[in-house]
Design a protein around this ligand. Structure first.
Ligand SMILES: [Zn+2]
Ligand SMILES: [Zn+2]
Length: 74
C-alpha cells in the first residue's frame, strides 16, 4: 500500500508519490494551513490532520475547511 492514498473527498485511490492532488476530483490530498506565513502552509510538511478545521499553530482556516470538505463537530 506504500504510496497509495485514498482521497478523503471522493474515495479515489491515488499514488501519493505522483503529487498532492487527487487525479479524480482535483482536491488536495493533504490538509494544510491557508496562512502562507505559517509553517503548516506547505502540504508536504504540514502537521495537520484531514479532519482539522483550523491550524493548530496559527488558528487560520485549513484548506479542507475552506473547501467545505470538513465541518466542525457539534
Ligand atoms: Zn478525490
Ligand atoms: Zn497555520
Amino acid at each position: 500500500m506504500e504510496g497509495n492514498f485514498i482521497c478523503p473527498h471522493c474515495g479515489a485511490l491515488n499514488d501519493e508519490l505522483r503529487g498532492c492532488f487527487c487525479t479524480k476530483c482535483g482536491a488536495p490530498l493533504q490538509n494544510s494551513c491557508t496562512n502562507k506565513d505559517c509553517e503548516n502552509y506547505d502540504p508536504v510538511t504540514a502537521d495537520i490532520m484531514s479532519t482539522d478545521c483550523y491550524c493548530p499553530l496559527c488558528g487560520s482556516m485549513t484548506v479542507f475547511k475552506q473547501g467545505g470538505w470538513v465541518v466542525p463537530d457539534d
